[in-house]
Design a protein around this ligand. Sequence first.
Ligand SMILES: C[S@@+](CC[C@H](N)C(=O)[O-])C[C@H]1O[C@@H](n2cnc3c(N)ncnc32)[C@H](O)[C@@H]1O
Length: 380
Amino acid sequence: MNNYKIVVKTFSGLETVLFKEIISLFGGKAEKLNRGVLFYGTLEDVYRANLMLRTAVKVLVQIAEFDAKDKTELYDKAKEIDWGRYFTVYQSFAIDGIGQSKYFNSIQYVSLVIKDAVADWFREKYSRRPSVAKSNPEIPVVAHLQDEKVSVYLNASGESLFKRGYRQSSVEAPLNEVLAAGILQLSEWDGKQVLIDPMCGSGTIPIEAAFLATGIPPNFQRNSFAFMKWRNFEKNLWLSARDSVKLITDIPRKPYIFGHDIKAYAIENAKENLLMSGVQRIINFKEQDFFELTPPAENGILIFNPPYNKRLKLDDSKLFYKSIGDHLKKHFSGYDVWIYSADESGIKFLGLHPDKKIALDNAKIKAKLYHYPVYEGKRK
Ligand SMILES: C[S@@+](CC[C@H](N)C(=O)[O-])C[C@H]1O[C@@H](n2cnc3c(N)ncnc32)[C@H](O)[C@@H]1O
């Protein structure tokens, strides 16, 4: 029975990718929201969403929806929820308020009122209250407000889903795993073509690419999700969600995903992360300066995010991007090139014309994904 209203949160710019992932995983209907997608599903779908959706940041399951215009109404309605269905008095919880309302002064106040309602619900039944945990609560609850409309959700993921469990070590500016998975899907890479990240840092793009190519769920190695702490957690359903994974086996039987970086320690990091991810068979990480890199095959796809040092003077970034463009034109004709960058002025000096520009913020930094088909001579 599709009885749960499920809201999956993502980053701005990845809603369409997430929507497609949800439709292909669950079929049926879904609705795009701002930084999220809504669909209806079962408890097993909640587990599968956490395990398998590559561009999901959090999976929220709605447990109540009501109107409230003042404190008393908010408290009373929050207290009508049967909290004991979801957790016990011995577990810690937290209320995270989001959204806005003209009826309440602050969202923090809304969280506080709901927290009191939950605590009192337990106290009246068991003469004690569950503890409130500021960090890592066992039961994270989200209260979303839009004026008088209040939606209460259990955060089924707990920690954000980009914490996949394979990152052992990291370089200075690693790309977020969800962003990397989103960029790969936006590039429409077919999973079989040669893929190169020539400035791979800690290797996020190649590792997420190998997961995509092999069908390995992004969170296969993660062993903790908040839904495991729910009273209605069904271990058998979780095992069946894991069993439902279909691996893709018709892929090249040799390394065809390449990650390079000029810094030796970045490659060391990438290799450590690779060991944890379990996809060594198809990735090759090697220390290499991009400006000396030649293609390993006649055609393929390059996906990378060059460094964007905010302190880099325009002249430096102009020269850097111009050199990238020159090298691409000289050596990578026949390649599809995707560059993720926040350096709008620098990227103009690439000397190539993008046929696609996709806005995709990197946390608070405004960034774009640019597509350059690199052809010899004129495009046919
Ligand atoms: C923004 S970071 C990439 C982060 C990476 N996507 C990750 O997930 O960790 C940019 C990387 O470009 C590398 N880089 C800079 N110049 C390079 C060059 N000429 N050749 C290869 N790599 C270079 C830097 O060492 C740095 O690791």
